[in-house]
Design a protein around this ligand. Structure first.
Ligand code: ZN
Length: 437
């Protein structure tokens, strides 16, 4: 697969994945189409060598597995981890209010978005809705309006002359997206007209009686694009971290796989990963215990295994180079970045970095290195969580990007493909080197 085709497929994934639930559905369908079988946590598993499998938890987290044609129970695994969620505005349980003849959405802030970027955008609504049918069954369905249905207009400069000097977004007061002109009985109208109509449109055969609840998010409807006079950049929402989800799923689908391989795409990273579907939960360890039931085999396997934690890195912003450490300035289109932190906010060690550097050099992908400016607080990823919970060698890597957590982020046009080349090689290299203790 070449760069243009790869980016085209990536854009199609991005456009189809306004929420973690949609991203997981897209990856599940991709696995299904390629012969992977679904495993359910509440059923017994009969997995066979050489086959592909996937398992989903709570609609927002997915584990993909490709078993080696031949391997011992205590053989090493090759694993990657990424996250499916991005900062966003999430609808509250009572999701509308009336104000000055308009009906507005009531939202909470999910994760840490750059809030100023959410103003004056054509917002769609998408997510998961729980419904009941006539028989008292609870049904789950995903919806996506796929069109602009809301907007948070800025206050005109004439009414706020200091807007360009200091602009603070007050989360409770300023973040009510406009939905429509108001009519009486708005709550009933939102549930029965807006939500129910959308469910009927997207799922005409679903016997929905009542709506019981939802996890719905606003998102930017502007599609991903290649931009720059020489087409050097990608701009899109949710590049952090759908690029890594797409790369890991695509890499697992190639024919040439050696050792047992696994990819985790996890929900709730942006809010700390503590949930039943988050990386601090027991999903990955439970799946591994079922695949390698004997504890001593599992311990031996994990000792020799590697976990590549994939999450975007901060490329140097040309307007703010002083925000980076002057010796570590990752550039867009110069390849994925290894992230280091001496306090283990990133899980990289010299040993795990050595493996990644070797893999990258073998496929001619350049390596960049990042360490946070000492005066700024370092972010983190699911890498340290995997390293802590599994006792597994972990390296934190990701494509360099700008405007992380903006409603629209920017990356290089070449970097996602270079990450794909490296991760594919990680899964397919004939053997991984084992370093001596
Ligand atoms: Zn991220």
């Amino acid at each position: 697969m070449h760069l243009e085709q790869f980016n085209q497929d990536f854009f199609s994934f991005l456009s189809s994945s306004p929420t973690p639930f949609h991203a997981v559905k897209y990856i599940s369908d991709l696995f299904q189409k390629n012969g992977f079988k679904q495993l359910f946590e509440n059923r017994t598993w009969d997995t066979r060598a050489g086959e592909g499998y996937y398992c989903v938890r709570d609609n927002g987290t997915i584990i993909g597995i490709k078993l080696a044609k031949k391997s011992a129970a205590n053989a090493a695994w090759r694993m990657t981890g990424a996250h499916t969620d991005s900062p966003a505005l999430q609808l509250k349980p009572i999701p509308v209010r009336d104000s000055n003849s308009t009906t507005q959405l009531c939202v909470e802030v999910y994760g840490g978005p750059l809030l100023a970027t959410w103003f004056d955008r054509d917002l769609g609504i998408a997510g998961r809705v729980m419904c009941s049918d006539e028989k008292g069954t609870i049904l789950t369905c995903l919806i996506d309006f796929k069109r602009p249905v809301a907007i948070i207009p800025s206050l005109a400069i004439h009414l706020d002359r200091d807007a360009n000097k200091e602009h603070t977004v007050k989360r409770q007061k300023h973040l009510y997206p406009l939905l429509c002109h108001s009519t009486n009985g708005q709550e009933k109208t939102f549930f029965n007209d807006v939500l129910l109509q959308q469910i009927k449109l997207e799922h005409p055969d679903l016997p929905v009686k009542n709506i019981l609840g939802f996890d719905l998010f606003c998102y930017d409807t502007q599609p991903p694009t290649v931009t720059g006079v020489h087409n050097d950049f990608i701009t899109a929402g949710r590049l952090d971290n759908l690029v890594s989800c797409f790369v890991s799923a695509k890499s697992l689908l190639q024919n040439q796989i050696n050792d047992n391989c696994l990819m985790l795409c996890s929900n709730h990273e942006e809010i700390g990963s503590s949930s039943m579907a988050g990386a601090r939960g027991n999903f990955l360890s439970t799946v591994l215990s079922r695949l390698i039931p004997e504890a001593s085999d599992r311990n031996m396997a994990l000792h020799d295994s590697y976990f590549l934690s994939l999450d975007n890195a901060h490329g140097v912003h040309p307007n703010f180079p002083e925000k980076h450490d002057p010796q570590h300035l990752p550039l867009l289109n110069h390849g994925p970045v290894i992230k280091y932190n001496s306090n283990q906010r990133y899980a990289t060690t010299s040993k795990s970095a050595a493996l990644y550097k070797m893999l990258a050099s073998e496929v001619d992908v350049p390596v960049q290195e990042f360490v946070m400016n000492n005066d700024l607080t370092c972010g983190s990823t699911i890498g340290p969580i995997a390293a802590t919970n599994l006792g597994i060698q972990t390296v934190d890597i990701g494509i360099p990007s700008l405007a992380m957590h903006s409603i629209r982020e920017t990356s290089g046009v070449k970097d996602p493909y270079m990450l794909y080349q490296t991760i594919s090689h990680f899964y397919s290299r004939s053997v991984l080197p084992q370093t001596e203790e």
